[in-house]
Design a protein around this ligand. Structure first.
Ligand SMILES: [Zn+2]
Length: 59
């Protein structure tokens, strides 16, 4: 199953795979904004603006 969330910038529907977990990043295909999945329950997802990654977390 695929769920959708709305881009926080341009309101484009973003497809989110059901297996997506918290902390994963979903990028808008229209404006390029990255969203971090902050909630995932019952196939419904909540996203927030992803923090800009400036540090290399390694691994
Ligand atoms: Zn967008």
């Amino acid at each position: 199953m695929i769920a959708t969330v709305s881009c926080l910038v341009c309101d484009t529907a973003l497809e989110v795979a059901e297996a997506t977990e918290k902390g994963e990043i979903v990028e808008c295909g229209s404006c390029g904004q990255e969203h971090e999945v902050v909630g995932a329950a019952d196939g419904r997802f909540t996203v927030e603006f992803a923090p800009e990654v400036e540090e290399d977390w390694g691994e």
